[in-house]
Design a protein around this ligand. Structure first.
Ligand code: MG
Length: 390
């Protein structure tokens, strides 16, 4: 068996909303299709991937470097020992040949986009949902039937007042979510406190997290930490610049409640430095590394091993992203829970259509691979690549 073609395109995921540091009106994502010569049900097995949420398409890097390396490789060098399936780690190493250490950033997203598609294809060839494929090989062997989920929302948008914010939160609760995350840092502190208090009329404090998206300098982060401490919120996310581990540690010394960060770290090494220097507390804080933005599942498995070596439980990992990849790895690699973006970042945000969310848990797709074929708007977008038409 072999990879016979890789197709790619870039689509818009732009929306009129903002967090504390950016608006999403021009946002894009990259789509890729890894086409194999394996046939199931009369059609070639095709693995699909996308370049995450919130970092634009990096398909130019895929086009110029990663895809040519995969297609030029000896096909047998990309297979597992038995020769009956792709070995995603071998494909990953193939993509990373001739790449210098460090300098992660956008390259990490490009590699993750293709890595996602390779894992999707490998699980489809094995005839298993990705979470089951992962659990047997890299998880703890358990096959859950649901995982904890929380919803990311509470964005800033033109003309959006406290009533609209409360209505959004009520909608999330009606949809089966119990833990809600809202944005802060995009308004002055006193206004953000009014927004938080408005939401606390709808949801208990231990079920509300706040996210500053890396907006604050140390003084402002500490001012916010002091102001929100009495609420005893679920967690305070990304108070300062993602790579300012000193700031993170200082906030941790001044804030007794749980902190969360890591979605903008792009590699195992970045994550290791966070644990070394960021003052993160294994008994209460959350790690939110985003698999789709940090070299994909192969690297995530290495990151989990590093986290456990550092004395943490993998259950403290709540991957950012709010999409099918985050859901599948949370279930398959026995992580703590997943974020959800059911209505934003479309067509990549959210899970398969009709997937049950209740009491703060989400069920799992039973389709082979990541389950993309069960998410109509995403599948329509990747089908347009024509990779299954033969
Ligand atoms: Mg965040």
């Amino acid at each position: 068996m072999r990879i016979v073609d890789i197709r790619e395109t870039t689509i818009s995921t732009g929306e009129k909303r903002s967090n504390a540091v950016m608006d999403f009106s021009d946002m894009t994502t990259g789509l890729v299709a890894v086409v194999t010569d394996v046939v199931r049900g009369g059609r070639p097995v095709v693995g699909y991937g996308f370049s995450g949420t919130g970092r634009y398409s990096l398909n130019s890097i895929c086009r110029e470097r990663m895809i040519p390396r995969i297609l030029a490789a000896n096909p047998e060098s990309l297979l597992n020992e038995a020769g009956d399936n792709l070995d995603p780690f071998r494909v990953w190493s193939c993509m990373m040949q001739k790449e210098k250490p460090g300098g992660h950033g956008d390259r990490a997203v490009a590699v993750a986009t293709l890595d996602m598609a390779v894992w999707d294809a490998a699980a489809k060839i094995a005839g298993e949902p990705l979470y089951a494929f992962l659990a047997k090989r890299y998880g703890n062997g358990e096959l859950p039937d649901r995982v904890p989920v929380y919803v990311g929302g509470g964005y800033y948008a033109p003309g959006r007042g406290l009533t609209e914010l409360q209505d959004e939160i009520r909608g999330h609760l009606d949809d089966g979510f119990t833990i809600i995350k809202m944005k802060i840092g995009g308004a002055p502190l006193d206004e953000d406190l009014r927004r938080i208090e408005a939401v606390l009329e709808v949801v208990p404090a231990d079920r509300l997290a706040v996210d500053a998206n890396g907006r604050f300098e140390t003084g402002e982060a500490l001012a916010y930490a002091g102001a929100i401490a009495p609420y005893r919120l679920r967690w305070f996310e990304e108070p300062g610049y993602p790579l300012d581990f000193d700031l993170q540690a200082e906030v941790g010394r001044g804030y007794d409640g749980p902190l969360a960060t890591g979605e903008n770290l792009m590699s195992t090494w970045d994550a290791k430095n966070l644990l070394r220097y960021g003052g993160m507390r294994p008994n209460k804080d959350y790690l939110q590394f985003d698999c789709a933005l940090s070299y994909g599942i192969c690297e995530y498995i290495r990151t989990i091993a590093m986290v456990e070596e550092a004395g943490w439980s993998r259950r403290r990992i709540y991957p950012h992203g709010g999409h099918l990849l985050s859901l599948q790895i949370t279930a398959g690699l026995a992580l703590g829970g997943t974020e959800a973006y059911p209505k934003t970042h479309q067509p990549v945000g959210g899970f398969t259509d009709g997937l049950r969310i209740a009491d703060g848990y989400v069920g799992l797709p039973d389709l082979p691979g990541l389950g993309f074929e069960g998410k109509a708007n995403f599948y329509r977008a990747v089908k347009a690549l024509g990779a299954e038409d033969r």
